[in-house]
Design a protein around this ligand. Structure first.
Ligand SMILES: NC(=O)c1ccc[n+]([C@@H]2O[C@H](COP(=O)([O-])OP(=O)(O)OC[C@H]3O[C@@H](n4cnc5c(N)ncnc54)[C@H](OP(=O)(O)O)[C@@H]3O)[C@@H](O)[C@H]2O)c1
Length: 272
């Protein structure tokens, strides 16, 4: 892992994923999304996480273009919406909306219809150069295991709900055993964890914000994390997590917030 302002971690296929990214779930297509992504890039973010389901790839593309940031300096993820039937056709549409020739990471958004059917299409998308890396999201350890039986190329990422209250140790360990990087989404509990008293106490001790504590909790384990904000000051504050450390005691207090029992499942309530 490098130690500059945008540390990265290496994926099994050799690609480097920045540990912190801006996510744009629930950000409407249009100025709000363009501004959030533009601010993030201005402030030094190098990783943007969108999805076909978010319907804002066009705004992400506009912000990327307007920013003037070199294509090779930013890591862009999009996700295959699995109600469609062809990951290749779907990413061709995504790339048109994003104004890009390729994305850095293309992942199956959730295992609708089972964990294996879409994977050959994801492999084809990679072979055609539409995605540098391919992966999955919301896959349990058992679903990863099923995929491993049929995949020609293993996924390099499993993006899942992961934060101190959803500390899925079993899934983290299963991913590590397969050389799949677990990537954290909803690190702030979609905002709900920001008022947690334990998180607040750790933040007070370190004179930082609850959001910084929660993001730091992920990166201190080498887990890449995507956080969402549409406020410039919060986007800025959220990236300032590489110059302080949670102590072992802080980590233990945060770990104890887990409500999943260290599960190998990706979600308590699959929505598909
Ligand atoms: N693969 C999947 O199925 C999946 C599912 C969920 C999420 N994701 C990805 O993960 C990303 C993050 O997850 P998330 O959107 O659920 O939420 P999150 O990042 O856990 O939390 C975002 C919420 O926290 C607020 N917030 C952010 N920084 C803050 C700060 N410094 N101070 C106070 N409030 C702050 C935001 O409000 P403001 O915007 O008003 O600042 C927003 O309400 C998504 O955007 C998406 O890219 C993926």
């Amino acid at each position: 892992m490098s130690t500059d302002r945008n540390p990265t971690t290496r994926l099994a296929d050799g690609a480097e994923i920045p540990l912190l990214g801006l996510g744009v779930w629930q950000v409407p297509d249009g100025p709000e999304c363009v501004n959030a992504v533009r601010w993030a890039l201005e402030l030094g973010y190098t990783h943007i996480d969108t999805a076909q389901a978010y319907r804002n790839e066009r705004s992400v593309g506009t912000a990327l273009k307007d920013s003037g940031v070199d294509r090779d300096k930013v890591f862009v993820t999009t996700k295959f919406l699995p109600s469609g039937d062809d990951p290749v056709a779907a990413i061709e549409q995504s790339l048109r909306r994003l104004g890009l020739d390729f994305v850095d990471l293309y992942i199956i958004h959730w295992p609708q219809g089972g964990p294996t059917w879409a994977w050959p299409g994801m492999e084809r998308a990679r072979e055609r150069g539409y995605a540098r890396s391919i992966g999955v999201s919301n896959f349990s350890a058992a679903e990863l295991e099923s995929l491993a039986q049929t995949a020609q190329v293993m996924p390099v990422v499993n993006q899942v709900h992961f934060n101190p209250t959803a500390y899925r140790r079993g899934l983290l360990e299963a991913c590590r055993q397969r050389d799949v990087a677990l990537e954290a989404y909803s690190p702030l509990g979609t905002g709900r964890l920001l008022s947690d008293p334990t998180v607040g106490a750790v933040a007070a001790r370190l004179a930082c914000s609850p959001a910084q504590v929660l993001l730091r909790w992920c990166v201190q384990r080498g887990v890449p994390v995507v956080a969402k904000s549409t406020h410039r000051d919060r986007i800025d504050a959220n990236r300032q997590i590489f110059d302080f450390e949670l102590s072992d005691e802080d980590l233990a207090r945060l770990d104890a917030l887990d409500r999943t029992g260290g599960t190998t499942a990706a979600n308590e309530h699959p929505w598909w």
